[in-house]
Write a protein that binds this ligand. Structure first.
Ligand code: GLA
Length: 386
């Protein structure tokens, strides 16, 4: 599958399916989180960037109250929904992402009637690269424009998050939608998840002779179930016992006191968040002073913290990280929610082939599924592309 979305082709496929041209085509990217994992719902800091893999939606408004939705993935069937009966029960499978956004926008009073929608995404799903947020942000950007809603990008972030939380049922934070909506070419987004204030931080890897490789382990995860919500619950417990609104309010100097108040497991969860927040701040400072070549140790320390304290890594992610580091990577870590998905490695461009081959070989030797390995660089955020 080509990584780049071809707007003309998406419009053509829409026309082939629905027999008419779309009103427009909008795209929103997936993301890699450079550092700052599980800090978002703790009102802390994150530093993601958008990648050049995106979800594109072609949409045409209809005169009635019917939505017809079709995706280039999976079963080639068109889902038809009467929007007057739109409820959690009528939003099934992949349609929960676009319809969830429509549902939230309508809750906010945005007038959205019937429409035909065709989705084509090049963000691999279940890979920890925010395939779901990419769909939500493309749809939110499209209807914001089509319905003249004039919502700000920060408001659209919250629309996407609400769709994810209330319709899809995943208790996620604002990292993914913020990356998809706020990113620009050549920059990472430094975001304070408490205030939603953000700053674009230059991230010119090529000028430093570097690149970031994504290793999609093909170990699939879902955040609506299991470990993700358990981690969130531990963090909320930690904040409650410590008597603060969110773990954002605990600093490294508070950790000895926290260790006396919390059970050992909760303490380790808290320690990850507290140290990870500091690593995000340090990464931003080091990037400004020394450029991307100087942040490797922070990335690797982040992985160790997720592996040992937050316990969200898995053998495939650890192998990808360790093998990259043993073959010349400056730093490496898992990225995204964890329990599978992708790792990233910051490497000198000159060792790309060596690192790729070593990881492929290590996975083969361990009997793991063949990983998908590809380079990414900071790409633009959500926008109309046709
Ligand atoms: C997933 C969630 C985000 C964030 C990350 C972990 O991607 O959707 O909100 O919590 O995990 O950093």
């Amino acid at each position: 599958m080509s990584a780049t979305v071809d707007a003309t082709q998406v419009a053509q496929e829409f026309a082939d399916i629905f027999g008419t041209s779309p009103d427009g085509v909008w795209s929103a990217p997936g993301r890699v989180n450079l550092i700052g994992e599980h800090t978002d719902y703790n009102e802390g800091f994150v530093l993601p960037f958008a990648i050049d893999r995106a979800a594109a939606v072609a949409i045409k408004l209809r005169e009635d109250n019917t939505a017809r939705l079709r995706s280039s993935h999976g079963e080639q069937t068109t889902v038809t929904v009467d929007l007057s009966t739109l409820s959690h029960d009528t939003m099934q499978g992949w349609t929960a992402y676009p319809l969830g956004v429509v549902w939230v926008l309508r809750q906010l009073g945005v007038a959205i009637g019937g429409f035909d929608l065709y989705l084509h995404s090049t963000v691999p799903s279940g890979a920890g690269l925010s395939s779901s947020a990419a769909i939500e942000c493309a749809v939110a950007t499209a209807f914001n424009e089509l319905a003249n809603a004039s919502l700000s990008r920060s408001e659209l972030v919250l629309v996407g998050q609400r769709a994810e939380n209330e319709v899809v049922g995943a208790p996620t934070g604002i990292l993914d939608q913020s990356a998809s909506l706020l990113a620009t070419d050549g920059h990472a987004v430094f975001l304070d998840c408490r205030t939603q204030e953000s700053e674009l931080v230059p991230l010119d890897l090529a000028a430093a002779g570097l690149l970031i490789l994504v290793v999609d382990t093909k170990v699939s995860h879902a955040h609506a179930t299991g470990g993700y919500s358990a981690r969130r619950a531990s963090c909320e417990l930690g904040a409650e016992v410590f008597g603060v609104p969110a773990l954002r309010d605990i600093s490294a100097a508070d950790l000895p006191e926290a260790s006396g108040l919390l059970d050992t497991e909760t303490f380790r969860r808290v320690r990850h968040i507290v140290t990870e927040n500091q690593r995000v701040l340090d990464t931003v400072a080091v990037l400004a002073d020394g450029g991307p070549g100087a942040i490797g140790a922070l990335l690797t320390a982040s992985h160790a913290s997720m592996r040992d304290d937050f316990e969200i890594s898995c053998p495939e992610l650890d192998l990808a990280v360790d093998t990259a580091l043993a073959n010349g990577a400056l730093g490496a870590r898992m990225t995204g929610g964890g329990f599978g998905g992708s790792a990233i490695a910051l490497i000198p461009a000159a060792v790309e082939a060596t690192v790729r081959d070593a990881i492929s070989q290590a996975f083969a030797d361990s009997g793991f599924t063949v990983p998908d390995i590809f380079a990414v660089s900071p790409a633009p955020g959500a926008r109309k592309i046709l």
